[in-house]
Design a protein around this ligand. Sequence first.
Ligand code: HEC
Length: 137
Amino acid sequence: MNRPVLLGAAAIAAFCQAQSSVWDGVYTEDQSRRGQALYAKECAACHGSELSGGEEAPPLSGGAFLSNWSGLTLGELFERIRVSMPEGRAGSLSRQQNADILAYILNFNQFPAGKAELQKDTELLKQIRFEAQKTDK
Ligand code: HEC
């Protein structure tokens, strides 16, 4: 493993999360409910209320979506949303709002909820692997 040397608490936090994936309960039910309300307001018009996509917008659930992102990290998906969405109003949502919406997308795609909320820090989110299929550790 080729990890850069970091100092302090951030390094410990990053190390502790290094092995996690979307199957480890990385968001809470409450956070997903907050995200659902935001999704309905900010994303559903294009991506559909069932996350199945629209005329131009791709689906945010199901096989094609999962395989697009599988092998990447939540940090990359978070940045994709943060930098380019909602289309036409990119950057209008806060990091916290984007993290909540991401929690809802995970919930909708049936990744399990857990005890701690999904963070809004990209570096921490990069420690969580997006995996379409659960793999044995
Ligand atoms: C005005 C319509 C519109 C709105 C509103 C919108 N999107 Fe999009 N979204 C698109 C279009 C069109 C694309 C594909 C073109 C592109 O990549 O920019 C896309 C692409 C994406 C992708 C990439 C999907 C993939 O698998 O490659 C993600 C993730 C995404 N949107 C999330 C969101 C989220 C989350 C919101 C709400 C905060 C949102 N979008 C709001 C139109 C929209």
